[in-house]
Design a protein around this ligand. Structure first.
Ligand SMILES: [Zn+2]
Length: 63
């Protein structure tokens, strides 16, 4: 699944706070994502993240 910085990923499993939505902050070998609800950031390996993504919501921002 393709995504870019600024997109919101909907993951299969909810975060501890109950939100499924994570904003993509940085993409490398690991991807830095931020929970949209509580603001918690985490780094996750790309292949691992790929398994968790249910849906990609493109950012509404025009760059
Ligand atoms: Zn959260």
């Amino acid at each position: 699944m393709k995504y870019n910085v600024g997109d919101v990923l909907v993951l299969k499993k909810p975060h501890a706070c109950g939100s499924h939505q994570w904003e993509v902050l940085r993409i490398g070998a690991e991807v830095r994502i931020k929970c949209v609800n509580c603001g918690r950031e985490l780094m996750i390996f790309k292949p691992e993240l790929a398994l968790k993504i249910k849906k990609v919501e493109n950012s509404a921002h025009i760059k």
